[in-house]
Design a protein around this ligand. Sequence first.
Ligand code: TXA
Ligand code: MG
Length: 318
Amino acid sequence: MITSTIHLAETILKNNGIIGFPTETVYGLAGSAFSDKAIHTIFQLKNRPHNNPLIVHIGSVHQLEGIVREIPPKANVLINQFWPGPLTLLLKKSSRISDLVTAGQDTVAIRMPSHPLALELLNSIDFPLVAPSANPYQSISPTMPKHVDSYFGAKIPLILDGGPCNKGIESTIVGFEGDQVIVYRLGAITLEDLESCVGTLLENNKSHEKIKSPGMAKKHYSPKTPLLCSSFIRNDIQKYVSKKIAVVYFDELDDLESNEGIDYYSFQGDLQHASANLYGLLHDLDSRNYDLIIIEKFPDLDLGKTLNDRLERASFKD
Ligand code: TXA
Ligand code: MG
């Protein structure tokens, strides 16, 4: 059932059930963060390895009290600036959060989404919600109710319809070590946004392998159709010209190769537009039997960095 009222969703969640849950980033598969049964069901539905922890969603800052042990000063600054919104914080968990949620880690990932229906639901129940993206492990995240329906329709009782996700890309994840802010996943809040708020950031690269975000596996977010992220789009069109291909370019391309087997799509040079629509376009293209999807690499700044990160994980290596 797809509905935009929250009453039935509340009842299902109170009874340890799972729903499709709209946020401003992507749709989640949500269940009570305090229900082992709900958490087990989520892992099972997604076919997700148990060592990959879940994000806890809250509807007000007061809810942090029961679930974390401390809030570092820079976390407070970020909360004031970006919540509700697409920023996830890794904070030391209290005993109220089970090891099933955090995959045994001492930190729990928490965010307050800004989607009005998500907030309405979260504030109508007295427990937080765990919600990983509502896609099977390693496939493309859903940004519309119909995507969730096609992945899980028969297996979940309800999808809460909040329309298309306006950010369209997952939340940014940061953690804290001493006075340092460490970026674990690029997302809808840009590095530039974060830096202007808390100064220099550390990126979670190899020198920071101590704490891992297992979901940051090299392969992720993949369509079934092979996808190529291209820095030299004209060369790659030439190389694959004999195949049925979808070419997605960022801004404008002059003198396009016109060929019956090639379809073109453009993001009109707008990174926000690209972020809001990239996953939706991939879902769509994936259903059209192309041999290959070629996407032009985005400019390497702001949301372009996040989009390039996702494309790299979604790409095949030829
Ligand atoms: O935008 C989002 O964050 C969406 C919406 C639904 O809120 N959720 C989402 O969840 O993207 P998921 O499960 O698909 O991705 C969560 C990522 C995973 O890579 C996971 O490994 C990481 O967060 N993560 C969760 N808890 C963690 C923790 N305690 N320490 C390190 N990484 C963590
Ligand atoms: Mg995910």
